[in-house]
Design a protein around this ligand. Structure first.
Ligand code: NCD
Length: 340
């Protein structure tokens, strides 16, 4: 896969060497993300960060990643604050914005919209999540985290077993993750969801074609036994026709420390793309797991910056220049390295 100048719209663009290249470049970003060094390699470059759906970590980490490479960030965060609200087409918006930016990240509520936008853009476009379709940078950071967590146990991802829990129908992070997992061999997947929110056939086919073993469960305790990684997700309430319909599925699967202790091996990794829904009626990932050393959710969010820096560095072709434009950080940073 050639990254330079290209859009990143779907994980289907990635083969194993391409994913490994992103991970290798992400590893090299560690000193910058940890504020040991700063680099100005993207000084003068502009990112347009267009988020037409709610977002905290994806938006801020894409922005921070660009800033950490020395670039400037322009943000538009609502449809009503942009000319899309005046009936402007994605085509026109893309033609205009790509005249103002060096790279664009876009999140949009409609599946396929980011691909449509990218067709009219003269600069690389990175998909920050398009409806219930895909979320490539999330899947890359999830896979990067899985590899690290499992490597810390002296094992590799090939042959691992992973439970995907919750709203597998509308969860775009899950859809992209399933496709990326096809780059590995012999994965066993436990799909734990209510039947109405099960994984779409398209993703199921992709997993089976890759030779992975897939088993479905409707019971949390049964599904989380004998797996290496738990990947918990939130009910994607914004994708349901009404709040009432979404409410039917909230709180059906709640992972907490006691269920974990009863059913899982003590080194089972716990992940979630976040945000977790901590309201009383949901709580799919209980806060009583916060002190569990296998809870990797904040390692995921930290890794998000590394992965997004790597994507910018690759599409803008500056990987080899980063260190040449760098110097040590001089301000106080010691506390950032302490455990919380
Ligand atoms: C996810 C998303 O937006 O798809 N969040 C994220 O970007 N980390 C998952 C979610 O919203 O549940």
């Amino acid at each position: 896969m050639d990254f330079t100048g290209n859009h990143i719209i779907s994980v289907s663009q990635f083969d194993r060497p391409a994913a490994d290249r992103v991970f290798e470049v992400a590893d090299g970003m560690q000193p910058y993300a940890m504020r040991k060094r700063i680099t100005r390699v993207l000084q003068g470059a502009i990112l347009s960060n267009m988020f037409f759906e709610p977002s905290t970590r994806t938006r801020v980490s894409f922005g921070s990643a660009f800033n950490l490479l020395g670039g400037e960030v322009r943000e538009t965060t609502e449809v009503k604050a942009s000319s899309l609200a005046k009936g402007e087409s994605l085509y026109d918006t893309a033609r205009v914005l790509s005249g103002y930016s060096d790279v664009i990240v876009m999140r949009h509520p409609e599946a396929g919209s980011v691909a449509e936008f990218a067709k009219a853009s003269r600069v690389p476009v990175i998909n920050g999540g398009d409806g219930d379709n895909e979320h490539p940078s999330q899947a890359l950071l999830d896979l990067y985290t899985m590899r690290m967590e499992i490597a810390a146990q002296g094992r590799s991802l090939d042959g691992m077993s992973i439970a995907l829990i919750g709203d597998l129908r509308f969860g775009r992070a899950v859809h992209s993750l399933c496709r990326l997992l096809c780059l590995y061999s012999n994965i066993r997947l436990h799909l734990i969801s209510p039947p109405e929110l099960s994984l779409p056939d398209e993703e199921l086919d992709v997993l089976r074609t890759a030779g992975h073993k897939v088993e479905s469960f409707q019971d949390l305790s049964a599904g989380i036994q004998d797996v290496d990684i738990l990947y918990v997700t939130r009910t994607q309430e914004e994708r349901f026709p009404s709040q009432q319909q979404a409410d039917r599925y909230r709180g059906l699967f709640r992972l907490n420390q006691s269920i974990y202790t009863q059913n899982c091996a003590p080194n089972t990794v716990i992940m979630h793309p976040l945000p977790r829904d901590s309201r009383a009626q949901a709580q799919e990932l209980d806060e009583d797991l916060n002190q569990n050393p296998n809870l990797a959710i904040f390692r995921q969010t930290d890794n998000g910056v590394l992965i997004r820096m790597a994507l910018f560095a690759l599409v803008l072709d500056i990987v080899e220049d980063i260190d040449n434009h760098s110097r040590p950080v001089t301000w106080f940073t010691a506390k950032r390295h302490l455990p919380v």
